[in-house]
Design a protein around this ligand. Structure first.
Ligand SMILES: [Zn+2]
Length: 199
């Protein structure tokens, strides 16, 4: 059984900082071959920035984890679909996003949040693709990776706090807009996210 999920926030960072001051998390990326190296780099950097300063994330591919003793908490992040920019402007057709279609899913069993999440790249692309397609080619991987990284951070929030709850602000809200996912990271301290995007 799984449930849809998608976002993170100031509250989350505060919770992390309070409950796990030196916490380390190993995030295992499964399906990294669905993305480009540049997208992966942006995913890792953006998710880490969203979770800082309370959580330090070590990123591993599933092959890197084999035979390795792991003492930290481990979360499995599965990249599903096509996790790279695609299509030229000529071949673009307007996306049709069904209401409630999730961009990520954290798995739940008997009411307990499991440390497994799916990132549904095709849904994320449907949302942010129209805003990315006009960007310079060299920027598209960065922008998509940034969006995916925020979805990853949202799912890691559910996993780390073992909660299905959401917040009313930040990237732990239940719904995010394209602009939320693509916005420039706060380079000062990453403690704040845009608040003017509620539906
Ligand atoms: Zn969620």
């Amino acid at each position: 059984m799984s449930r849809s999920a998608l976002l993170l926030s100031v509250l989350v960072v505060a919770l992390f900082a309070k409950s796990a001051p030196a916490s380390g998390l190993v995030a295992v990326l499964v399906g990294s071959d669905h993305a480009t190296p540049a997208v992966l780099e942006a995913i890792e950097r953006t998710a880490q920035a969203a979770l800082a300063p309370g959580i330090s994330v070590t990123w591993k591919t599933s092959s890197e984890l084999e035979g390795t003793a792991v003492s930290a908490d481990v979360a499995i992040i599965r990249l599903r679909g096509e996790c790279h920019p695609r299509g030229g402007l000529q071949s673009w057709s307007p996306p049709s996003i069904a209401d409630g279609k999730p961009m990520g899913q954290t798995h739940i069993s008997d009411g307990h949040v499991l440390p497994i999440a799916d990132i549904l790249c095709d849904t994320v692309w449907d949302l942010v693709g129209p805003d990315i397609r006009g960007a310079a080619a060299r920027d598209r991987d960065e922008l998509l990776g940034r969006a995916l990284g925020r979805v990853v951070a949202h799912e890691l929030y559910h996993i780390m706090l073992r909660t299905t709850a959401h917040t009313q602000e930040g990237f732990t809200r239940p719904n995010l807009r394209s602009a939320d996912l693509l916005s420039e990271p706060d380079t000062s301290d990453n403690l704040e996210q845009p608040l003017d995007s509620g539906r």
